[in-house]
Write a new protein. Structure first.
Length: 181
């Protein structure tokens, strides 16, 4: 596995995040040596969900996304969950933060419903990506080339479909951040 010591990764989430899509990247990136910070519009803790219905664990927020700068991070990871992604895509601080990563050419990773945020950030037109199947029309209508694959990287954006793809998703994020020297 690639070594990420000295790298700092932002995970952006709010209440209603799909628990495995937050917990597993957090663990994989930390295990690879990265410092991982959970940023949110919320303060204190956020409650994850299992499958958008069942209450999951609470996660301590490390800092606000408002005022955060991509200059302080090597990559950003956007976990899914319908409620989480729907709330984040209308948060101007989240959209600005993701746009900063794109402008800086830094890795962006989004899974499941999180590509909604990429649409709001204006990052999907002409991009090949994947998502949870219910986002296909949204992404295609925004100009993306949607494909049904486990993990897709196009340009600076990596996407995956659902929690079943997390091993491939996490490995791709680690490889991309590691390759950035």
């Amino acid at each position: 596995m690639a070594e990420l010591t000295g790298r700092t990764i932002a995970l952006v989430a709010t209440r209603g995040v799909e628990e495995p899509e937050l917990a597993q990247p957090l663990s994989a990136l930390s295990d690879a040596g990265a410092t991982v910070r959970l940023l949110s519009p919320e303060q204190g803790t956020i409650t994850a969900l299992q499958g958008d219905w069942d209450r999951g664990r609470d996660f301590e927020v490390d800092g606000p996304v408002a005022g955060a700068s991509a200059a302080d991070y090597d990559a950003v990871v956007l976990p899914g969950g319908t409620l989480n992604a729907d709330a984040l895509r209308v948060d101007t601080d989240v959209v600005r933060f993701v746009q900063e990563f794109a402008s800086a050419g830094k890795p962006i990773a989004a899974i499941c419903h999180a590509p909604w945020i990429l649409i709001e950030a204006g990052l999907v037109e002409g991009t090949r990506l994947t998502s949870y199947t219910s986002l296909r029309s949204d992404l295609e209508n925004a100009g993306a080339q949607w494909v049904d694959e486990q993990v897709v990287t196009d340009g600076g954006i990596t996407t995956s479909r659902n929690p079943g793809d997390l091993d491939a998703f996490n490995a791709e994020i680690i490889a991309r951040v590691s390759a950035r020297g």
